[in-house]
Write a protein that binds this ligand. Structure first.
Ligand SMILES: C[S@@+](CC[C@H](N)C(=O)[O-])C[C@H]1O[C@@H](n2cnc3c(N)ncnc32)[C@H](O)[C@@H]1O
Length: 345
């Protein structure tokens, strides 16, 4: 006899969600390849016929139409008759020539993460990273920074993933109460640039490993901010952090184990003045650990990329900040999966 509950469930259930998640990499890789070959940058100059586009991008005729129409169906392109154009979103965020370009993270996902995530099961079984550092002693940043192309790609990728949050922090944090700020682990300088553009009274800059300097300075100069934003070279485990009214750490704490996280928070506390603030922002996991899938997957990405990094909840970070001495802490949502934890000394 059939189980009445089972049959009711199967009447209403479909496998659609499961299959769409399980085969999600088809759509993902289609977008990543489109970014890799510069499709959106080409179309940002104007709509193109199927034939011209296929020629310019050197696509084989066998699948060119399926590729382009798949991107139409996925909402990344528009098609009018035989002509293809960007959507307003893909034009704003995926044209390499625009400052709003976020494709750096997708380029890195395409060139590195896509492959490395193929070994997720091994990482889950061994607890070891699966990237360039796999099987070696090198840490993640040493491995990435050994190659200048990878260094630049990584730093640009950071700007891509952090731009939305950087703009939200520029808007939401009470910057009028402060005069100086330093982004610790600033990468290309995406956050300092957004904050300085929005608040003319602020000066400061970015602290990062010395090889990052020229790429930071070039990006800051390209926004005309070279006078107000400076690069502070150093190693945040070896050197003191620069003193400033506000210290920001974006996607920093999640790279490290718990003890290292606590050391970084303590070092920030040490150099802040009374009333100064530390901002940590990430794809914070929700306190119940059941909603922010992106934050949880980011933590798996830290498994793939780092020896012992992991993402954390707002409550976790507030308690570490409290232990370091911060007298007031709060969490504020930024944009999408990202939130910031603010600690006031
Ligand atoms: C994941 S990226 C985050 C970049 C940026 N804050 C953002 O959110 O887009 C981590 C940054 O920390 C820097 N970093 C790593 N180890 C460091 C160290 N020991 N001292 C200083 N900076 C370091 C890296 O160079 C990189 O720019």
């Amino acid at each position: 006899m059939e189980d009445p509950k089972g049959s009711a469930a199967s009447e209403h259930s479909t496998p659609e969600r499961i299959l769409s998640l399980g085969l999600g990499f088809w759509g993902s890789k289609t977008l990543l390849s489109a970014v890799e070959i510069g499709l959106f940058t080409e179309l940002a100059k104007g709509s193109l016929s199927f034939e011209t586009l296929t020629e310019r991008l050197m696509l084989h005729p066998r699948s060119a139409r399926d590729f382009l129409d798949a991107l139409v169906a996925l909402g990344m392109l528009e098609r009018e008759g035989d002509r293809y154009s960007n959507t307003s979103e893909s034009d704003l965020f995926l044209d390499r020539a625009k400052p709003s370009y976020v494709g750096g993270i997708l380029e890195m996902a395409n060139a590195r993460l896509y492959r490395f995530w193929g070994s997720l099961t091994e990482a889950l079984r061994t607890g070891h990273p699966q990237n360039e550092a796999k099987g070696g002693e090198e840490d993640f940043f040493a491995a990435i920074y050994a190659d200048p192309g990878r260094l630049e790609g990584f730093l640009k990728a950071m700007t891509g993933i952090s731009l939305g949050s950087a703009m939200a922090i520029a808007n939401k944090f009470p910057w009028d109460r402060y005069e100086t700020f330093v982004d610790v682990g600033a990468a290309q300088g995406g956050l300092p640039v957004q904050v300085a553009l929005a608040h003319e009274h602020l000066t400061g800059g970015g602290f990062d490993l010395p090889p990052v300097g020229p790429i930071f300075e070039e990006y800051v100069d390209s926004h005309g901010l070279g006078e107000r934003l400076h690069f502070y070279p150093g190693d945040f485990f070896e050197d003191p952090l620069p003193a400033a009214d506000v210290l920001v750490m974006g996607h920093i704490l999640h790279d490290w184990d718990l003890q290292e996280k606590r050391i970084l928070i303590e070092k920030a506390y040490e150099v802040l003045p009374a009333g100064g603030a530390m901002i940590a922002y990430e794809a914070l996991i929700d306190d119940e650990r059941r909603e922010n899938a992106f934050g949880l997957l980011m933590s798996l990405n830290m498994l793939i990329e780092t020896p012992a990094g992991f993402d954390y909840t707002g409550a976790d970070c507030r308690s570490w900040m409290g232990d370091a001495g911060f007298r007031e802490t709060y969490v504020e949502h930024l944009v999408g999966p990202d939130s910031m934890v603010v600690g006031i000394k």
